[in-house]
Ligand binder design. Sequence first.
Ligand code: SF4
Length: 445
Amino acid sequence: MRCLPSDKLRALLINPWIHDFSALNLWSAPLGLLKVAEFLSQFDCKISYIDCLDTIKPKSYGTGKYRRQPIQKPLVLRQIPRKFCRYGITIEEFQFRLKSIMPVDIILVTSIMTYWYTGVAETIDHIKKIYGDVPVILGGIYATLCPDHANMYSGADLIYEGSIETRSERSKSNGLEAVIRNFGLRLTNITDKKAYYKLGLINWQFTPLLTASGCIFSCTYCASRLLNKDFIRKTPDEVFNEIEEFYKLGIRDFAFYDDALLTDSEDHLKPILKKVIQKGLPVRFHAPNGIHVRFIDNELAMLMKASGFKTLRLSLETVSPARQKLTGSKVKTDEFVNAVTLLKKSGFTKNEFGVYLMYGLPGQSLDEVKEGVKFLKSLHVNINLTEFSPIPNTKMWNELLAKGIISKDIDLLLTNNSVYYYLYSGYDLKELEKLKLEVKAYNSS
Ligand code: SF4
């Protein structure tokens, strides 16, 4: 057993750099990693935290731009005519922060996009140069979706698949506690868990809210089901208490991370929002993940407006009925029109809600995207064009493999949303650029 001399485990948690062509912080926070901190808080454990993305130039409602430093473009991306950058703190700053925390017994790194794996690998490389043989565990979305790839490329000593909550609850022998003990480290249980936001790790500008994990749908391009097999919700009281706790800490902006926030709203979101209204909390809510328009009714639209929703993203993705069905049937155009009508009636303005419209889906023509733009303009709603990017092991990924469009050993860098459409959509890229400029001008009109 290690952890001498006090037997207190010294754990360092790290949110790694992003390598990409562009990156904005639209209410992004490493919630999974913070849940790891919450889990460790029940043990005799000193928890330190480094956020490599801790460089936000603030914009509105807690969002912001990351600082960036151009880096050498990997060979495989050489055809992409854009700057490739490391987003976050500088190397010197990261090294300084690492050294100032020494010594530690274990390091836990999280990960998000699978195509950001080089950012993870660079982060771990710097950790290893300073911390030598201190074990590094890599968890998060990339580690869960691509454990073999992460094993091969990340430099971590152990890949931790799954979320801290589900894995530790399902099997104690397989949970994080057992994993840490297997490195010969001691964990002494001393107290109950402390909520992550009470651990003083982050200077909150906004807070993430996850009222439920998982999704009731199963869209062919989405990894939600791969990451969370079950749909598990907190009770409305639990969610409201969390909101109130954050409010007392001075937080006013709340970003919902749910994949299916509006599901069964009679017993979930409606009671939460009613309580917020009844208590008169002057908060601002943001729903950057596309919400399911089919669940919006008159009462819900009114409650969302009255409780302080400021940012809403609606999922439409395509106006083609065939593609809506083919990709998972989460939305139909008439349901969408109904939702827009109700939201407008309840007072939401054009700038308070935008609509996700995808381009570059396999088999999707640019004309189909143009048709979607024309349709949304006719409804006077803002348009958020989003690039399709294939996520490993989703149904659509497997279809692309089966059709020979991608190969199983494709470099994940090529699945970046800024890259995939450029190389694989077959679009006239000048036409696409024209469409993007048209949408930009329309949104700001
Ligand atoms: S509804 Fe959204 S979160 Fe759910 S599976 Fe479809 S894309 Fe994913």
